[in-house]
Design a protein around this ligand. Structure first.
Ligand code: GCO
Ligand code: MN
Ligand code: MN
Length: 385
């Protein structure tokens, strides 16, 4: 039950297990891993999918022969393991050219360069059959507020996504886009900072149906928001195309910790939500091993992400059949929320409702027993039920 397999649709980015442990204060602590080797090791662990930035698979500056060698090695590892490419994305943040932005750079030449880089990267992702293409706006933001008119920046952001939707349609790639919000880091403020901002932005696009979101645990948590509620709204809107799973302490820099290693109750309700909603997309881990760890521990980290997910999924199944929890849910009135309030508006219904006599004091008398319910959840998670 706790052994990962392709049916679980677990996926990792090449840059996650491959992360060398650099941080703003420290040098690499782990040697680079070759993409083919990453795929083989992930395949051994029961991972279903792998994702990459253009520069992860093909670092800039390779000769034509080196490029070919890396592509062939990657392809062979995919074929040998059955691991699929579940997502592609572009590095629009490392090179100094993007220091002032990519799609929202003030310099139109840099914006055009960014679009050209993305189109080449989309071609690469399509070549490997990636059904989803992610856009994380790493450098799309600003420190000096005066330097970048915010509404024009959104115009340029929309222009870029519209142009790239047009590109994918013209090429007839079976690919959808997933936009990934983040409130800040590396920029002082990032455009489209939360799931809610992103959902509103998508509705303004030329092709809203082909664009959804790729929310990340760490990012909503950094903003002090409930990731669970953000993901629920994305699911409700039919826009959860992809998800980045990791862990994060609130109020910190983007920590990208092993899934479930912080905020366990939040992680539980997230897994419960994804499983019960029948989410079919990748369970994609965008996390990195602790900088203290090296060698084989990288694979402990990857296995840990999946094991915790599966443990929490099992807890969600127990939640559904636990008699005490179900009784506490009834006492809380949880299932009554599914009952429509009044139905659609008619003049008669409105008049009837206005004429009804309510006694708010009687209605207010009821207690909802939420303490008991929450304690039962804690005991389930702490392993005593
Ligand atoms: C981050 C982001 C990235 C993106 C990745 C894919 O905070 O660094 O989460 O890891 O997810 O670039 O677009
Ligand atoms: Mn991410
Ligand atoms: Mn992140």
């Amino acid at each position: 039950m706790l052994a990962p397999g392709p049916q679980h649709r677990f996926a990792f980015g090449l840059w996650t297990v491959g992360h060398p442990g650099t941080d703003p204060f420290g040098a690499p602590v782990r040697p680079p891993l070759e993409p083919g080797e990453i795929v083989r090791r992930l395949g051994d662990l029961g991972v279903w999918g792998v994702s990459f930035h253009d520069d992860d698979l093909l670092p800039p500056g390779l000769s034509a022969a080196e490029r070919q060698q890396r592509l062939t090695g990657f392809r062979k590892a995919l074929d040998a393991t059955g691991v699929v490419v579940s997502m592609g994305t572009t590095n629009l943040f490392t090179h100094p050219v993007f220091k002032e932005g990519a799609f929202t750079a003030n310099d139109p030449e840099i914006r055009r360069y960014a679009l050209a880089k993305v189109m080449r990267s989309i071609d690469l992702a399509a070549e490997f059959g990636a059904p989803t293409y992610v856009f994380w706006g790493g450098r799309e933001g600003v420190e000096a507020m005066a330097a970048k008119p915010a509404c024009e920046a959104l115009d340029r952001y929309r222009e870029a996504i519209d142009f790239l939707c047009g590109y994918v349609r013209d090429r007839e790639y079976p690919m959808r886009f997933a936009l990934e919000p983040k409130p800040n880091e590396p920029r002082g403020d990032t455009f489209l900072p939360t799931i809610g901002h992103m959902l509103a932005f998508i509705e303004t696009l030329d092709q809203p149906a082909m664009v959804g979101v790729n929310p990340e645990v760490a990012h909503e948590t950094m903003a002090g928001l409930s990731f669970y509620h953000g993901v629920a709204q994305a699911l409700w809107a039919g826009k959860l195309f992809h998800i980045d799973l990791n862990a994060q302490k609130p109020g910190r820099y983007d920590q990208d910790l092993r899934f479930g290693s912080e905020e366990v109750k939040d992680a539980f309700f997230l897994v419960k939500l994804l499983e019960e909603a029948g989410y079919q997309g990748p369970r994609h881990f965008d996390a990195r091993p602790y900088r203290t760890d090296a060698g084989e521990d990288v694979w402990e980290f990857a296995a840990g992400c999946m094991r915790t997910y599966l443990i929490l999924a099992d807890k969600a199944r127990r939640f559904a059949v636990d008699g005490d929890i179900q009784a506490a849910l009834s006492a809380a009135g949880a299932s009554d929320l599914a009952t429509p309030t009044v139905g659609g508006h008619t003049r008669e219904a409105a008049e009837k409702l206005k004429a009804t006599e309510f006694d708010p004091d009687v209605l207010a008398d009821r207690g909802y027993h939420n303490e008991r319910l929450d304690q039962l959840v804690m005991e389930l998670l702490l392993g005593v039920r």
